[in-house]
Design a protein around this ligand. Structure first.
Ligand code: SAJ
Length: 416
């Protein structure tokens, strides 16, 4: 087996692909990052980045400057290929494997004996095997692992990313890594690649198990958050402070209730549980119920705001935060965006929004004429109802005296 990797291609230069490409390049490997977006490719070749993540800009700049990282729109031959493209959800809650398939099939012309392909994209169980079958359909001259197992010419593995946005570079190196091969040899070869930059443990398993493990991790978190969110609604009905109840319950040595919030956002936890539900619909009552509980939470908050608005003559509402969680600029699937949109569409008072990490409102909020993006001071001065949607540092630092006399709806419990 080849001991080293001289050249690695990373397909998809997003939140996972770009940091992975930069870290590999920092270890002396020649890395080509491939993306279909020409602007992204141009930007990276200038040593710049298109996503906000601590230290990523410095790492990319130095990797490009040393010539170890280059971006391109087309694939080329390499020793290993890492696929890190999105796996979105269709409107029917089904996984869309179009990007994974296109990326995998684009490798067909450059693939040769001894190459390694790793799928990092979060994928439903069976995807890695499907990649092997798709490529076998195009390259009858090579033996693939679903046909030839240990003796295959090409090694294919799944190793899901598990990094937390905001801590990507740290977690990429420190986290333990699950590596699932279509054969033991595939997993071993992939572990050699990750061994170049990972301090955590590499745990080898089958591709199907690795696929499920990743989905299980995010579904587990979704179910845990759903429990906290359901409890917050129970406490609302019974007029109990949920934060106090959670804090007290968590003194029990075997209880660790998560924090309720306005709902679950981001591109992972709100999406991945559906991949399990799609594969085993009859067996996933709990997972599907958790999705419904978390998806219903924004509407529950909107109802509480409407009730508060009815109690004042002119309701001027300040919504604090739009991102899907604290101290990042990522608005994907954000419950805060859903709540603000619903208030504006329902004409529930005059709404101003504060989001320190963006300069303009996202497109879906731009046409709502009643909505304005303002600074925190202006928002607090102008409002009678303050809705805290994201626990950004900026909001934690608000002087509580400034909230006096206002109706406060604190969905994250930071001002208790
Ligand atoms: N949330 C709560 N209450 C909590 C914790 C989170 O309401 O107690 C909300 C957040 O506000 C946010 C959502 O849940 O809207 C998700 O945030 P998160 O910090 O739990 O997770 P993500 O989506 O940023 O990242 C997750 C991580 N997975 C797990 O923790 C199991 C990360 O490790 C994965 O790499 C990432 O998904 C991914 O890409 O799959």
């Amino acid at each position: 087996m080849k001991p080293s990797f001289e050249k690695v291609l990373v397909l998809g230069l997003g939140y996972v692909g770009l940091p992975t490409a930069a870290v590999l390049a920092s270890r002396g490997v020649s890395v080509i990052g491939v993306d279909t977006n020409v602007q992204t490719v141009d930007l990276i070749n200038q040593g710049k980045v298109h996503i906000v993540e601590p230290d990523l800009d410095i790492m990319v700049r130095s990797a490009v400057a040393t010539g170890k990282l280059r971006a391109a729109v087309a694939v080329e031959p390499a020793d290993a290929f890492i696929i890190a493209v999105p796996t979105p959800l269709t409107n029917e809650h089904k996984p869309d494997l179009g990007h994974v398939r296109a990326a995998a099939e684009s490798l067909s012309p450059v693939l040769k004996k001894g190459d390694l392909i790793i799928i990092e994209s979060t994928s439903p169980v069976g995807t890695t095997e499907a990649v092997s079958e798709w490529l076998a359909g195009q390259r009858a001259d090579l033996a693939f692992p679903h046909q030839a197992g240990y003796e295959a010419d090409v090694r294919i593995a799944h190793s899901p990313e598990r990094v937390l946005p905001g801590r990507v570079l740290l977690e990429l190196i420190r986290n333990d890594r699950v590596i699932g091969g279509l054969s033991a040899r595939c997993a071993e070869r992939a572990a050699q690649l990750y061994g170049l930059f990972i301090d955590g443990e590499c745990m080898l398993t089958s591709a199907r198990t690795a696929e499920l493990v990743k989905l299980a991790e995010n579904a587990y978190r979704d179910v845990s958050i759903a429990f906290a969110n359901e409890l917050s609604m129970v406490c609302g009905r019974l007029n109990i402070d949920v934060w106090e109840a959670v804090e007290l319950a968590n003194h029990h040595p075997r209880v660790g209730i998560l924090s309720p919030g306005p709902g679950v956002g981001g591109h992972c936890i709100a999406v991945d549980p559906w991949f399990i539900a799609d594969s085993a619909p009859a067996e996933t009552t709990l997972i599907q119920a958790a999705r419904q509980v978390n998806d219903a939470k924004p509407d529950h908050i909107v109802e509480a705001i409407k009730k508060a608005a009815e109690a004042v003559s002119i309701s001027r509402i300040a919504c604090l935060g739009l991102s899907y969680k604290a101290d990042i600029d990522d608005l994907r699937e954000s419950p805060a965006v859903k709540i603000v949109k619903s208030l504006a569409l329902g004409k529930v008072g005059e709404v101003v929004v504060v989001e320190p990490h963006i300069r303009v409102l996202p497109e879906e909020l731009q046409d709502l004429s009643s909505l304005k993006l303002v600074e925190i001071d202006a928002a607090l001065d102008q409002s009678d109802i303050v809705v805290l949607l994201v626990d950004h540092q900026l909001f934690k630092a608000v002087d509580r005296a400034r909230l006096q006399g206002k109706v406060v709806i604190d969905t994250r419990g930071i001002w208790r």
